[in-house]
Design a protein around this ligand. Sequence first.
Ligand code: FRU
Length: 499
Amino acid sequence: MNTKFKERLLIMASLTVILGNSPLLSEAQDTSGIYHEEYRPQVHFSPKAHWVNDPNGMVYFKGTYHLFFQDYPKGTTWGPMHWGHAISKDLMHWKELPIALYPDSLGYIFSGSAVIDSNNTSGFGKNGKIPLVAIFTHHDPQLEKAGKENYQNESLAYSLDDGYTWTKYAGNPVLKNPGLRDFRDPKVMWYVKGKKWIMTLATKDHITFYSSPDLKNWKKESEFGKDLGAHGGVWECPDLFPLKLNEKTYWVLIVNLNPGGPNGGSATQYFIGDFDGTTFSPNDGKTRWLDYGTDEYAGVTWNNTGNRRIFLGWMSNWQYANQVPTKGWRNAMTIPRELTLFKEKDGLYVRSLPVKEINAIELKKPQDHRPELPKALPGQYLIKLKTKRLADYSIILSNSANEKLIIGFDKVKDQYFIDRTKSGRTDFSGNFPSIAYAPRLSDVNNSEMLLLVDRSSVELFADDGRTVMTSIVFPAKPYNHIDLKLVKIIQLIPLYGIW
Ligand code: FRU
């Protein structure tokens, strides 16, 4: 037996011990109660009940991360949209609060963003209270039904209690539709150099930038992207923000797209370039994808997080989001990810890695088990692997129901892949049983790869986050067995459930 093979066997043997015999990861799961239902993510945000799609209004204020989300509180499929609300101190543990915004006579509350209006430019502030302002799309279903074009308009709501309760502005809408069927998902930021607000808006097959001194009066600045990037579907949920690399500032423009993603359906593309307060100029014409998997969509970043840029996506795909086989609630968010820039031979790219706060839910040793947290359930863990460039390697996650999820690298194609064809339930949509592929963007040898497994999802951060893939799965039992081919595990870290 050659030594390499022996080494692999040893690793495999020890893994079986870790996953199979540990009382912390035993198959006896607590199936009672909310957040412990079949397929329920244990380290990702999912709503207590009912339907969720896009993350909205993400803003950090006074030590609290606010997460609003597209919410239909009366059912488990998409319906009249509200803004649900959750808060967190550490991006890991979430507390769901009452619904923040309800539909009204102007329509459903579609996606949008929230800002801290520190200078009270809007005038919403009273008695020295800093207003938080939400900018969202009002979608009027009646106008839509009547065949009109102008059923999406941009509106405001404000909060004078640090983001907990919200009042809609009496002068809504603040930005009227010019006659475009797709005119939505405003992401607003304060543009420091020009001392003005910039709104990045998805307008069908391009982005339109608007500016405002007070969030109420908006002026068109420019358009971007009609002839650039991927156009297999409608442009939605954009984001614009600066990122530094070696002291130089670049601007990243995120544009979500549905359908037309690299593995079908919804996905997040981005551009890197410069923004001068009026125009976005990309460095090149290349299409870049933030996540090549099938299940990250509508991802945007938190406002007001200083030098950190923290991204969150919806962990599903419009191809089957309404059909996934969960009961009581439907869909979840990705793990929050920190974005940074990296350079390759052919230009700059964005790298994503889980935020460092994930370390706080690592269940390192049994004696670390904190009594105030629920006992860790099987099926949520982080795997750190060392990978070599020139090998066909794979990681096979499986369970006692003979279901398996294969994550690997194909050296001939120079591609990563996630094969979920035999991963568990796949029969609810013809689009679901698939093999997703992603190019390797990095040339680095012996890089580290991170896999985050959480009962019904896997997120692959290959080459230290240079290629990312997210995939949801519906195994009958959590995957508690791992087989490795030509790859070495550095660490396997069980995680505390957050609920
Ligand atoms: C993206 C999206 C947005 C829209 C929202 C409606 O998933 O279609 O463009 O605002 O969902 O729920």
